[in-house]
Design a protein around this ligand. Structure first.
Ligand code: HSO
Ligand code: ZN
Length: 433
């Protein structure tokens, strides 16, 4: 007992190589039994379809499902029964998400690479998308909006939502209400690996989708990785993370609030502050300790901070940016004197909160940015969910008669050099003699 509340303290540069490695390595423990059980569940759904899904609902959710699909009227009722102020807040969030994502819509591009040769690329909305919404501790109607609204903005043909049922056979009312508000086309009372398998391969009741998005528990994450032969997925998302970069302009209490906000998501959440100067670091650590002591989700918060919390100091901001890039946080909050000047220096963050007034909570719910983001350092290469995830691209090329004649000889030469003589023939077919 009496382990310090914040696991890593002191100077960033003084962290032992081992501590630094542990702080940076947030990849999940890939449990072989989870992978095996997930594979069994997927196989059951592939072979027995709806029957397997009903059995799994009985087994895992203690739900007796009449129909796997939740009628539209039930979702509409859930929306209508929301407390009016809450409903208005959810609608405001949906509007902002729609606005922000509409601005991201991609365009057709065409370029003439040589006279008479045009190469084009056209975005096509996906035909059908599945949005997974977890049950249990992480029932987040806001996440339903983050998946469904951008898909609808992109013009996806059909958006389905899967979320595990409670014992009454229905997903949580908040999830149903958000699905109705966001304009989901169909909702299914399905959870876990079974839901992922159903969306990947299709069953009698559940249509196969082209891409599955949305976070889930370890089984959902494992299942998504196991069905990639059949369906596209989004970037794997694990426990929440925040990295705050703060200088003397930052309010330590505000920094502590941000640390607590992401810590309360998950005992495996990773919350880190890099502060300029020891005095600020001390003040932030003290504020985090006070806030943790009175946190409502005390158990989760303290476990997260004890396991992975960090408040580290640097001599100057310049020292912080290489660490930011290496850490590649899901959320980065830049609480500095000139946050807009610092923004370009911040690399590899899932999403950035510019200036201390930009609380991560605002982005989690309301600014319009997406909160489905890469974690565990995957922000090095992956981006947060956006409207682009709901398109595929078709490239095309157009060649005039004259341009064909100009291509014939060089393409023939390249084809000959690869021993592909029919290619060479096809190329030379339009030669002008
Ligand atoms: N911060 C979470 C998203 C969320 N926050 C949902 C509140 N509700 C993503 O890491
Ligand atoms: Zn959050």
């Amino acid at each position: 007992m009496n382990a310090p509340l914040i696991k890593y303290r002191g100077r960033l540069n003084a962290l032992s190589p081992d501590a630094r490695r542990r702080l940076l390595d947030r990849t999940g423990t890939s449990d072989i039994r989870v992978a095996q059980r997930t594979a069994d569940l997927i196989a059951r759904v592939r072979h027995q379809g709806d029957r397997a899904l009903r059995e799994m609902a009985r087994e895992f959710d203690r739900a007796e499902l009449q129909s796997l699909e939740v009628p539209r009227s039930v979702c509409e009722e859930a929306l209508a029964s929301l407390e009016p102020k809450l409903k208005e807040a959810l609608a405001r969030a949906a509007r902002n998400i729609a606005k922000a994502h509409a601005a991201q819509k991609p365009q057709v591009t065409e370029v003439e690479t040589e006279p008479g040769i045009v190469v084009g690329r056209r975005p096509d909305p996906l035909g059908r998308v599945g949005v997974y919404a977890p049950g249990g501790r992480a029932v987040y109607p806001s996440s339903v909006l983050m998946g469904v609204v951008p898909a609808k903005v992109a013009g996806v043909g059909e958006v389905i939502v899967c979320s595990p049922p409670g014992p009454d056979g229905k997903p949580s009312a908040g999830v149903l209400a958000a699905a109705a508000l966001a304009g989901a086309d169909r909702v299914f009372a399905l959870g876990g690996a079974g839901a992922v398998a159903a969306m990947a391969y299709g069953t009698e009741s559940v249509p196969r989708v082209d891409r599955i998005v949305g976070p889930g528990n370890a089984y959902v994450a494992a299942a998504k990785l196991q069905v990639v032969e059949a369906v596209a997925i989004d970037a794997p998302a694990g426990p929440s993370e925040i990295l705050v970069v703060a200088d003397s302009s930052a309010d330590p209490e505000a920094v502590a609030r941000e640390m607590l906000a992401q810590a309360e998501h998950d005992p495996d959440a990773c919350c880190v502050t890099v502060a300029v100067g020891d005095v600020l670091a001390q003040a932030v650590a003290a504020a985090v300790e006070r806030a943790a002591a009175r946190a409502q989700r005390h158990e989760i918060v303290t476990r997260a901070l004890r396991e992975r919390g960090a408040v580290l100091s640097v001599d100057s901001l310049e020292e912080a940016w290489p660490f930011v890039a290496e850490f590649a946080p899901e959320h980065l909050l830049i609480a500095t004197t000139s946050p807009m000047e610092d923004l370009p220096k911040a690399r590899n963050a899932g999403t950035v909160f510019v200036g201390q007034y930009a609380s991560v909570a605002y982005g989690d719910y309301m600014t319009g940015a997406n909160h489905v983001l890469p974690t565990a350092g995957l922000a090095r290469a992956y981006s947060g969910l956006s409207v682009l995830d709901f398109y595929r691209w078709t490239t095309y090329q157009r060649v005039t008669r004259d341009a064909a004649a100009r291509l014939a000889d060089d393409v023939g030469l390249l084809a000959d050099s690869e021993g592909l003589f029919a290619h060479a023939d096809a190329a030379r077919g339009w030669r002008k003699s």
